[in-house]
Ligand binder design. Structure first.
Ligand code: GDP
Length: 322
């Protein structure tokens, strides 16, 4: 059987195609819905958690046999920052394995033409050479603080590869770098660093506090991508890419957590001091992805970190604060 390897292959994403966006209320899913609607896609299939529990195999099978989507974008996952991953390891591995296994197998069995699986940059080994290339996958031990989530995501990539190799099914996957934007989780403890800090700086500003505590040493380096850029890349890859290997999606811009904290502080307008709580873990020391494969296909990000932060803070004020 022909096995498309790392080919690019045009797939016509018809404006009337029935597209199921799994996880449409989350950070990534909601950005995808905004993007697809802006582009004129009219037949989006959206189910909230209360209508369809993706961890329930028979419910997922029934959903696919009833609705028969043409295309699936799998953006539903249990996600969280360093603290949540450390605290709920059983949930992170089990729920993610359940969701992706149910959705991928049902999509395959019910004639979905193309499936897009979204992972995360934490699939790569803790000490992968930087910037991290796609081929670094499974070349070394993972960062322990998010190992459970990463193992589930690696299994998802491998399922897409397995179905492509065995059945020539058009399942592709992309690994975004650290994302942020509207509909992020702004929980004070369980969120990722960017929304967590935005909330803490905002609350400190409102309450007139003199200090804000930031976790770790501030030394770790991270790359951030606005979720609207990711949504743009997903639609681009959907139409332009068909291959066995996953594709990195990053901004190529690296900042230290200290630099990030200073920038968020400035955008929010908090005028007090930062206090570093070094009893909290730093996590992986550096996480910059090599997105040259995607750039080679012709896609580049458009939103700078500062503009993205301004946009996200505006959304926070209008939505979370209200
Ligand atoms: P990671 O990229 O998977 O490590 O996830 P996070 O976004 O949770 O953490 C990134 C880095 O930011 C780590 O070094 C954290 O210690 C640091 N950090 C600083 N303050 C915070 C905070 O308030 N919340 C989170 N989640 N991380 C923080």
């Amino acid at each position: 059987m022909a096995c498309p390897n790392t080919t690019t292959d045009s797939f016509t994403l018809d404006k009337s195609a029935k597209i199921y966006v799994a996880g449409h209320r989350g950070l990534v899913g909601s950005a995808l819905v905004r993007k697809l609607q802006t582009l004129g896609f009219t037949n989006l299939l959206l189910k909230s958690h209360s209508d369809l529990d993706l961890t329930n195999q028979s419910h997922v099978q029934n959903f696919f046999s009833t609705h028969k989507p043409d295309v699936v974008i799998l953006a539903a996952a249990k996600v969280g920052g360093i603290h949540a991953n450390n605290t709920y390891p059983a949930d992170f591995i089990t729920i993610n394995l359940q969701i992706q296994t149910n959705v991928i197998t049902s999509a395959f069995h019910h004639g979905v033409k193309k499936l897009f699986f979204l992972g995360s940059s934490c699939i790569y080994p803790k000490f992968a050479p930087q910037p991290i290339k796609e081929e670094s996958l499974l070349t070394g031990p993972l960062e322990p603080t998010n190992e459970m989530y990463a193992i589930a995501k690696i299994a998802g990539i491998k399922m897409c590869q397995g179905y492509r190799i065995q059945y020539n099914w058009d399942a592709i996957s992309a690994m975004p770098t650290n994302l942020y934007g509207p509909n992020d989780n702004f929980h004070p403890e369980n969120s990722h660093v960017l929304p967590g800090l935005m909330r803490r700086f905002h609350e400190a500003k409102v309450l007139g506090k003199k200090e804000v505590v930031v976790w770790g040493t501030g030394a770790p380096l991270r790359e951030f991508l606005h979720v609207d850029d990711l949504a743009d890349a997903v639609v681009f890859l959907m139409e332009k890419y068909s291959g066995v290997e996953h594709v990195n999606v990053g901004s190529g811009v690296e900042v230290s957590i200290k630099e990030l904290a200073e920038l968020v502080k400035e955008v929010v307008g908090f005028e007090g001091e930062l206090v570093w709580d070094t009893s909290k873990p730093d996590g992986t020391p550096r996480k910059l992805m090599d997105s040259s494969k995607l750039a080679g296909l012709g896609w580049v990000p458009k939103i700078s970190l500062r503009d993205g932060l301004v946009d996200t803070y505006k959304w926070y004020l209008e939505n979370v604060e209200q």
